[in-house]
Design a protein around this ligand. Structure first.
Ligand code: SF4
Ligand code: SF4
Length: 512
């Protein structure tokens, strides 16, 4: 690991509210998008000449389109309930990382141009002009918010800083100051189909390699099909599942579950990405363009169901918005939810008794579960409130003997972000990522000390990548983070045997 030019916070037994340090993270700036990345998303390539006018117009446009945005800007009474609830404040001590401090960066400009008091008595209401300095501050601090929504759980008015942060990023994009990481990735999805820029033939090779690996381990020809027309299920999964660790072990698990359930399924080379970074930049238009690829793939392949793999914000976009962004999905089988989460699918199969599971295969681990923010606070699973907390835990407990939850105030709807969500999973933001992971690391350390927990399971590609990177900063091992379906994969007994001709590479030597 490269030597960091910042100090990793010290782990304490309990989360401590720090004394504030003004400007502690003012230096944090992620790379700005290049003109070509901006153009791909229909944003100006560089800061436009009349940027002030464009930004204020854009703010007015967002205020007229999203009632919640204006309510959030008007409703805050400065009660302070949210001040110690953001992991980035707890990890950095910077008061502008307090949710209310972050909101005020935008609120003071809103007041200046959109309220009577702000227009005529700006000093009285803390209203300020939009200046280059304000834009710089927005760029810095609105890229120190992972849009996790934890603060909204504690705000008596339900003010959602995530929405304010999305609006700020959209305004920045509209004047030509986008974030390189997010915008470059969205453009790759438009051009190639996934965040990684992995073209169809490379994806086919990767899946063939997985089939060989699974066959080598199990002597069962589990298939990982691509672009298979007429399959029952289209699996939309984060592209990190195709190669990253521990993500790929989860993908192996999904394939084994489908195999044992006896359903046909396929991935799509056209819609080979579950992630939708359009949400992170607050852009409805870009979020819709990404979502429409899923609709097209489902229609082209003639599937009856859509199942999403382990990805937190993808599940938020899918669960909360997919039907309105890209629906109606009236061509799918109405007997199943549109869409369905892989944990719901697996839990249904477990309840039906389709899967034989040998829990002892995971006895080398004692597990805990990290509720990913977007799943916890912006979605549901199953048909009961709280299903998004219960179903992943039910799956884990069905495949593992040893499981303990972390402290109650760090899980479920109070869960702490991994520190890398919301478009922050980039190396140019490593300091904020490491510091923002502090509360989760403290809760994990506690359950390791008190319960002997060894591993943390997650159902989010970003959480998995983030923890792999930041665990070592806190003296832990990167392999302590695992995929939920990796645990399923370990425990599942493959009873559906396959014919010799189904084996990978069968008959390939015949012509030699
Ligand atoms: S949404 Fe999350 S990251 Fe953003 S201010 Fe609230 S708690 Fe902090
Ligand atoms: S909890 Fe809500 S009302 Fe109170 S300071 Fe924070 S944002 Fe404002």
């Amino acid at each position: 690991m490269a030597k960091a030019n910042f100090e990793t916070p010290e782990l304490k037994q309990y989360i401590e509210v720090p004394s504030i340090v003004e400007g502690a993270m003012a230096h944090s700036k992620c790379f700005v998008a290049k003109p070509e990345h901006q153009a791909d998303l229909n944003f100006p390539g560089e800061k436009v000449e009349n940027w002030k006018e464009v930004a204020i117009d854009k703010m007015g446009d967002l205020l007229s389109r999203y009632r919640s945005f204006q309510v959030f800007l008007d409703a805050c009474v400065k009660c302070g309930s949210c001040t110690d609830k953001c992991h980035y404040f707890l990890g950095t001590k910077d008061p502008k990382n307090m949710p209310v401090g972050r909101q005020d960066l935008l609120r003071k400009v809103y007041r200046r141009y959109f309220t009577f008091a702000g227009k005529y008595f700006p000093k009285l209401v803390g209203a300020v002009d939009l200046t280059d300095e304000v834009i710089d501050e927005w760029y810095s601090y609105f890229h120190q918010c992972s849009q996790c929504r934890r603060c909204s759980v504690f705000c008596p008015y339900g003010i959602d800083t995530a929405e304010i942060s999305m609006a700020a990023r959209e305004i920045l994009d509209s004047i030509g100051i986008g974030q390189k990481y997010c915008n470059e990735i969205i453009a790759k999805v438009f051009k190639i189909g996934n965040n990684l820029g992995l073209p169809g033939p490379a994806l086919a090779d990767t899946l063939e390699g997985l089939e060989e690996d699974v066959f080598y381990d199990t002597e069962v020809a589990v298939k990982y099909p691509l672009d298979q027309k007429g399959a029952e299920i289209l699996l939309i999964t984060p592209s990190a599942d195709f190669f990253a660790e521990p993500h790929v072990d989860g993908l192996i698990g999904y394939g084994k579950v489908f195999h044992e359930a006896g359903v046909s399924w396929t991935l799509s080379s056209y819609a080979s990405e579950a992630a939708n970074f359009g949400m992170f930049i607050g852009s409805y238009e870009n979020m819709r363009r990404v979502s429409l690829r899923i609709r097209k793939a489902a229609l082209d392949l003639g599937v009856k169901r859509i199942v999403f793999g382990e990805c937190g914000h993808a599940w938020r976009v899918a669960y909360s918005f997919l039907n309105t962004l890209a629906g109606p999905f009236d061509f799918l089988d109405p007997n199943y939810p549109v869409p369905q989460h892989i944990c719901e699918f697996t839990w249904n199969e477990i309840q039906k008794g389709t899967l034989e599971l040998d829990k002892s295969e995971n006895d080398d681990m004692t597990l805990t579960f990290h509720d990913s923010c977007n799943v916890a606070r912006a979605t549901r699973m199953g048909d009961k409130p709280g299903g998004q907390f219960e179903i992943p835990r039910n799956v884990i407990k069905a495949v593992c003997n040893n499981y303990y939850d972390m402290e109650w105030d760090t899980i479920h709807e109070r869960t702490f972000c991994c520190g890398g969500g919301g478009g922050l999973l980039t190396d140019d933001l490593m300091e904020i990522r490491v510091k923002g992971a502090l509360p989760r690391m403290e809760a994990f350390q506690n359950v390791m000390d008190e319960r002997g927990v060894t591993h943390m399971a997650a159902i989010c590609a970003i959480c998995k990548s983030q923890f792999t990177k930041v665990l070592p900063y806190y003296g832990m091992d990167m392999f302590q983070i695992v995929s939920v379906h990796q645990l399923v994969s370990n425990a599942i007994v493959l009873n559906r045997k396959t014919a010799p001709e189904d084996a990978p590479g069968y008959g390939e030597d015949d012509d030699e």
